[in-house]
Design a protein. Structure first.
Lengths: 508, 318
């Protein structure tokens, strides 16, 4: 029987202090461009070896929540997503911040993160075993279909030119093929550089593409400070923003479900959830064109989903001992070093530990919300720092972050190289997102497709008796069809409007 | 002012150029490269032994997880490191003897200096709970009777691949459907989700699933019965002449001074002989297993010969 008095453990002063420090530290690390939750947890795991297992897990949980939530900051204020999980946040949060409403953009993101975490907490606490079992139904067929579905979402959120978007995605897919192949262990496209054996890591490419290109693009007006309407963001304003959420209940619930659903799939994690949630929110909105211009619902969709995915990623970890993403993989290491083997028996043998983790998850989220409400004001002030000081600091942090990922200079060179590529892309009007997603998904798509073909005895026939996979593929086809149709309709409407205007002018 | 800065620079340069006397080794923390993500058997064995070394050596072991390219990324860093004893590599033969061979890397395990073997891990041949096979021989016979039907999950060109090849070699050739799956967890998930039928994984990783009844162990792949699963027979006992032992070994860059290697091996031996270390290792299903550098070179050589033969026979190398 579970001993619920264990929950009180989390409320011991020392643990509350640990969590506050953890969430705060996580927020700071997550907020700095280039430094990520993965890095924060990686740095902490060895430290927790010296603690009791309960204390270590409480601290790791707090840092994880803090860092994931902090990732919003650089995405919103600088247009630099610190992790793949906040890529979609930049679409609307940055335009909003650019308008001078940085505080509001952050407030939307913070509250959405909180709600996403809260909902996924309930999924974690109430449905974990059922959802964990569901995650096992995902084999190579389902994963490949899911990746195809996510790639289809790019079309609906990519910029004006479909062709440029596709080209960019192809470059990303090509980059994904560099290095040792997962399916047959053959080395590909390394051109004799042994440093490229492991291929292009996602993080340096992501950070390089966005950070360096953003910095280079801004060089022209580097002396101008950011536009800020209200530098003193009050608690009242935060509450007003939070009240605005009553119009977005559907969006919050839908995005959380997407986040939890994708989060529980081992290896997919929060990286995809925000893109899928964003594109779903966009296509189900009455006015899809307002997305990308600073629509609060865009921020809400992305941030709800990526935080919901953190709770989702904990589900396979706690029920099956399978980590959902890189960060939970390191937490697995923290369990194991204390002699706790996460697996199907964790709930039975270490039920108290699970309770402590759940409570820590819950409390950390509340601490995150409280800290962020006050944090926002400081963050807006940081935008007052002249950009010629801010940008070198950002680039420095990015270099440190890339090096720390794997203690290797290769990642730093990849960061710099892809940064220049990103700048060229931006100048030529190629969108960056398809490239990043191509790289992120390409490797998984290839591996899973090849495995599924092997399992189908050398053909694609295996897909026919996989209902989940078929459903995803159908959804992908529908999504592509729908977005092409609506884009065409919008173009026709514009052309019709122009023609009407022209004839009016001719008459007048 | 400028001349002062210049002078400081020159002093610093001179200071750096004067080598520290070797007798003082170690004067700074020793970096131990584990070429895998934190939390695996290599990482945990390195951390536990490193932790218990802190009373024996004046400087700590600092574990650096340099992941990627089937362990080659981390090995490359140690390959390029200065041979001063401050950078070490923590690897097992199923990897460092195999990966450079099949990927044609610029180095092999012979480009490193052996220091010692520190610990040993067990490997289990596993199936799902509802599998029709009760023993290893039953499973292997079924694979032989229906080629291409039974799905064997393995990581191509890595340990689990060569474990499969040596099992296949011992029974005269197996032709299962090969499902790629890298890492113990991936292979376990493939079995649990019915996307594979049989696989080999580290015993420590399989243990929780065996206890919960989701997986069954048909045989241990070790050369001798595992102290952690004394009831389960080895493959050899079931008449299949194949075995694999995870030998967690310590390497130094080529050309590391002999006295440094000796000091390291002696200190590691002291740490591994300590009952507290042994208890901590066994809790993770890792067996303390110290072997000096001569024994290590012999064991690795034997593994290397086997892998070369298997790779040649199966057309993985020319």
């Amino acid at each position: 029987m579970l001993d619920f008095s264990q929950i009180l453990y989390v409320f011991e002063p020392l643990n509350l202090l640990l969590m506050t420090v953890g969430v705060f530290g996580g927020l700071i690390v997550g907020a700095m461009p280039g430094l990520t939750s993965t890095m924060a947890v990686a740095l902490l795991v060895p430290i927790t070896f010296g603690m009791t297992v309960e204390m270590g897990l409480v601290l790791l949980m707090a840092v994880y929540i803090g860092a994931i939530s902090g990732g919003l900051v650089s995405a919103a204020l600088l247009n630099i997503p610190g992790t793949p999980s906040s890529v979609a946040t930049t679409f609307d949060a940055f335009p909003m911040a650019k308008r001078g409403e940085a505080g509001k953009a952050l407030a939307y993101g913070v509250f959405a993160s909180f709600l996403g975490s809260l909902l996924s907490f309930f999924a974690l606490a109430l449905l974990a075993p059922i959802l964990g079992a569901f995650a096992l139904r995902f084999g190579p067929f389902e994963y490949f279909a899911l990746v195809v579905f996510t790639l289809s979402c790019i079309i609906s959120i990519s910029g004006k030119s479909q062709v440029k978007g596709l080209l960019s995605a192809c470059v990303g897919l090509l980059m994904a093929m560099v290095g040792l192949s997962n399916t047959d262990g053959v080395t590909r496209f390394t051109f004799g550089f042994s440093a490229l054996q492991s291929g292009f890591a996602e993080m340096p490419v992501l950070i390089g593409m966005y950070a360096i290109s953003q910095v280079l693009m801004d060089i022209a007006d580097i002396k101008k400070p950011f536009k800020i309407i209200s530098a003193s963001f009050t608690v009242r304003e935060f509450c007003q923003t939070a009240a605005r959420f009553r119009h977005s209940v559907k969006n919050v619930i839908r995005s959380s479900l997407i986040g939890i659903g994708i989060g529980i799939l081992p290896g997919v994690g929060p990286g995809l959830s925000n893109i899928v949630a964003y594109s779903t929110a966009k296509s189900s909105d009455k006015d899809p064109d307002s997305f990308g211009q600073g629509n609060p619902d865009g921020i809400i969709a992305s941030e709800t989903a990526n935080n919901a995915a953190t709770g989702g990623a904990m589900i396979p970890l706690l029920t099956l001992g399978i980590p959902g993403d890189v960060t939970t993989m390191m937490m697995l290491g923290a369990f194991m070093i204390h002699g706790v083997q996460p697996g199907p028996l964790l709930m039975r043998d270490h039920g108290n530990l699970v309770l402590i983790i759940l409570s820590a998850y819950f409390i950390s989220n509340i601490l995150m919300l409280l800290l962020q409400v006050y944090f926002i004001r400081v963050l807006i002030k940081s935008l007052l720092i002249p950009r010629f000081i801010l940008y070198p600091v950002i680039l420095g942090l990015c270099v440190i972050g890339c090096y720390a990922l794997n203690s290797s200079m290769t990642d730093v060179w990849i960061f710099l190289g892809t940064g220049l590529l990103g700048y060229v892309f931006t100048r030529l009007g190629f969108p960056l997102l398809p490239l990043v997603l191509g790289l992120l998904l390409g490797r998984m798509a290839e591996t899973q497709l090849r495995v599924s073909i092997v399992m189908g005895n050398g053909s694609l026939a295996g897909y026919l008796d996989r209902p989940i996979a078929l459903a995803f593929l159908a959804a992908a086809a529908l999504s592509v069809g729908f977005s092409l149709y609506s884009k065409r309709k919008a173009r026709l409407r514009r052309e019709g409007l122009a023609a009407a205007l022209a004839s009016e002018n001719a008459q007048g | 002012m400028r001349s002062l800065v210049l002078m400081i620079c020159v002093c610093l340069l001179l200071g750096a150029a004067v080598p520290a006397p070797a007798a003082e080794y170690p004067v700074k923390p020793i970096q131990v490269v584990v070429p895998w993500k934190p939390g695996g058997g290599s990482d945990i064995s390195a951390r536990i032994i490193g932790d218990h070394l802190k009373d024996i050596l004046p400087q700590p072991f600092v574990i650096a997880n340099i992941d990627g390219a089937a362990g080659l990324n981390g090995a490359l860093q140690v390959f390029k490191a200065r041979p001063d004893g401050y950078t070490l590599l923590w690897e097992h033969p199923g990897n460092l003897a195999v990966a450079p061979m099949v990927t044609k890397a610029e180095f092999t395990w012979k480009n490193f200096d052996p220091v010692c073997i520190a610990a040993k891990g067990d490997t289990a041949l596993i199936v799902r709970k509802d599998s029709p096979y009760k023993t290893a021989t039953e499973a292997l016979r079924a694979i032989m009777d229906a080629p291409g039907k039974v799905r064997w999950v393995l990581a191509p060109n890595a340990v689990s691949h060569f474990t499969f090849l040596s099992i296949s070699d011992a029974v005269g050739g197996l032709k299962p459907m090969i499902i790629p799956g890298s890492g113990d967890k991936d292979r376990i998930v493939a079995l649990l989700g019915n996307n594979g039928d049989i696989s080999t994984v580290g015993y420590a990783a399989a243990e929780p699933y065996v206890k919960s009844g989701d997986l069954r162990i048909l045989a241990m792949v070790n050369s001798e019965r595992s102290p952690f699963a004394p009831d389960i027979p080895t493959l050899k006992e079931q008449g299949v002449g194949a075995s694999y032992d995870f030998l967690y070994s310590v390497f130094a860059p080529k050309g590391t001074p002999a006295e440094v290697k000796k000091l390291l091996a002696d200190s590691l031996k002291k740490a591994i002989d300590d009952p507290a270390t042994q208890k901590a290792l066994r809790e993770q299903a890792i067996e303390p297993y110290f072997r000096g550098l001569e024994d290590m070179a012999k064991l690795w050589e034997a593994e290397d010969t086997l892998y070369h033969r298997l790779a040649k026979v199966n057309g993985l190398i020319q």
